[in-house]
Design a protein around this ligand. Sequence first.
Ligand code: NAG
Ligand code: NAG
Ligand code: NAG
Ligand code: NAG
Ligand code: NAG
Ligand code: NAG
Length: 661
Amino acid sequence: MVLGVGLMSVLLLILPPVTYATTPSFSIDYRQNCFLKDGEAFRYISGSIHYSRIPRVYWKDRLLKMYMAGLNAIQTYVPWNFHEPVPGQYDFSGDRDLEHFLQLCQDIGLLVIMRPGPYICAEWDMGGLPSWLLKKKDIVLRSSDPDYLAAVDKWMGQLLPIINRHLYQNGGPIITVQVENEYGSYFACDYNYMRHLSQLFRSHLGEEVVLFTTDGAGVGYLKCGSLQGIYATVDFGPGSNVTAAFEAQRHAEPRGPLVNSEFYTGWLDHWGEKHVVIPTAAVVKSLNEILEMGANVNLYMFIGGTNFGYWNGANSPYGPQPTSYDYDAPLTEAGDLTEKYFAIREVIKMYKELPGGLLPPSTPKFAYGQVQMKKLKTVLESLDILSFSGPVKTLYPPTFTEMNQAFGFMLYQTVLPVNCLKPTPLSSPLNGVHDRAYISIDGIAAGILERNKALTINITGKAGSRVDVLVENMGRINYGKEINDFKGLVFNLTLGADVLGNWTVYSLSIDEAVREGLLSASSGFISTSTSFTTSSPPALSPPTFYAGSFIIPNGIPDLPQDTYIQFPNWRKGQVWINGFNVGRYWPSRGPQVTLFVPAHLLSTSVQNNITVLELEASPCSSGSCTVEFTDTPVINGTVKSTGHFKSSSTDKTFWSRTILE
Ligand SMILES: *[C@@H]1O[C@H](CO)[C@@H](O)[C@H](O)[C@H]1NC(C)=O
Ligand SMILES: *[C@@H]1O[C@H](CO)[C@@H](O)[C@H](O)[C@H]1NC(C)=O
Ligand SMILES: *[C@@H]1O[C@H](CO)[C@@H](O)[C@H](O)[C@H]1NC(C)=O
Ligand SMILES: *[C@@H]1O[C@H](CO)[C@@H](O)[C@H](O)[C@H]1NC(C)=O
Ligand SMILES: *[C@@H]1O[C@H](CO)[C@@H](O)[C@H](O)[C@H]1NC(C)=O
Ligand SMILES: *[C@@H]1O[C@H](CO)[C@@H](O)[C@H](O)[C@H]1NC(C)=O
């Protein structure tokens, strides 16, 4: 097209003053087998940090520590269920402020490898998928099921424009974007689904962006995980044969940069299994081999952080992960520098200049000491404040999803249809308690049913006695074909040979009630029993709320500081501090004993309020009734397994076992 001279000069005036050479660009160089950043060969040394597992106030501190280790990039997941709690309601505020996180990365000088899902695994509830997808009971997740795709398209229509604004070529820090996550490990192997995602990502992000997939370093995984037009990368941990692992990548990508998208610095834990430690020596040895080959690497995790609230996932056979996601990573759950951190930094230093400046120190921890707790009310005594909408009556039990509840606890009530004068089995014959049920008869604790572990208890009672079944959702399966993980009583309970029916079901809004102070305000304190007669562990009690408060001392500089809360002689439950759901405690199962409490939750001007929901039995009737704040974390306590539980057996678990042995 020929333009008149006059129009040409007008155009020149209004065009932004950028020349071709300074336009940021990021691409793959298939001739030189590397990435190209602004036209130059580039290799990343990255680390994983999940903003959803770290309080916003600490994002900058953790990123700075990653930068000071010599990393030039970070990798993060976007958990869909963290941002779209109910269909069509999006939350990108506070701890969910993704754009603020990306801006901090850029300010500090870290590039970003983005993993927007829609599925992320990540040891996160349901692998990041929102549980409301299960409203369609037979939905095939991670496939071209039309209802699944419609929800994905809508969500990505919100998320991908945000990511687009922060792409490297648009002036932001994001260099590459992952499509799905280890799809080759999923049974569906639906190429139409991957093609749909590829087109969806391209339509929002453009043709230029480097899209990639990540799969296990085996040709079998890459078969269903990789797709033409999306760059295939692999993941593997220390102790693997690095040459063989990258040969698997070469099978899918004969040319281009070598990339390990998840090099495991540590490993995940499960309740009831020993805390996993991956030796530093093994990590640095393999890291060195990877860097020596000129490969790109992302260290998963560089900092694991915390599964606050109810966000932990689970593996199958059902084994939920604890509150801490420390991961034995180079930065601890609380952001502390470890010997692994310094050892990794020394390896990186052999390949790349480390940044100058001061390394931010580990944040100080403070032992606030013991806090006296007082019994409030049982859950059953609090139904008026926990169930805003009142109960629903149904013949057979509904799931959490059918009751529009995503997380936490639901109460199922019925009556004994017959006299049970002799011990009578109350059972979940189809293993339908998802995941743990606290049962009482006429308000007296009668036992616990647990998924895969305890399918029957014996009860006694008269016909017409009230049966209360409080069901805890302990976190949805995040990996494998069982991610359609319905919660609640997903199959009928039986009493003897008969199916129990005629239920009254309460959806419980415990978090809202705690946040609004309803529990403490409405109940008043009941004095605890002071009989010290028994030293044996107390028998089961019905799930009960406890409260306590403490004041942070004056005259000690720099308070509040981070701390850890522990529960001496308590069994299992949930804890809130000043209304924030800190997570699940379960010292009677282990291995986690202390829960990380970041300083920003604490107040120095007013009293701090602790609310505890103890599900099994508190120590309060046998003398001491305290929780304790300590300055030392314990996530490797002794574990008490219940016996007939087989540990999860994912491929990844297998290698971590092998390296430990
Ligand atoms: C690692 O794998 C390569 C390529 O498959 C093989 O040649 C080599 O022998 C392996 N090394 C070890 C120590 O097994
Ligand atoms: C229930 O009671 C029966 C008969 O007393 C006994 O055989 C059985 O082991 C008990 N079951 C449990 C789970 O306690
Ligand atoms: C409960 O049992 C009834 C009667 O046998 C059956 O119709 C119903 O589908 C069962 N419900 C569940 C969730 O198992
Ligand atoms: C439910 O209650 C009705 C009316 O009392 C009764 O006829 C029926 O047998 C009960 N069903 C079950 C499964 O308990
Ligand atoms: C703790 O509860 C008390 C009494 O309800 C209230 O005055 C105080 O503000 C609460 N503390 C915090 C930090 O919210
Ligand atoms: C737990 O970790 C601490 C600190 O690393 C260590 O001293 C202790 O021996 C470990 N305990 C167990 C039971 O492994």
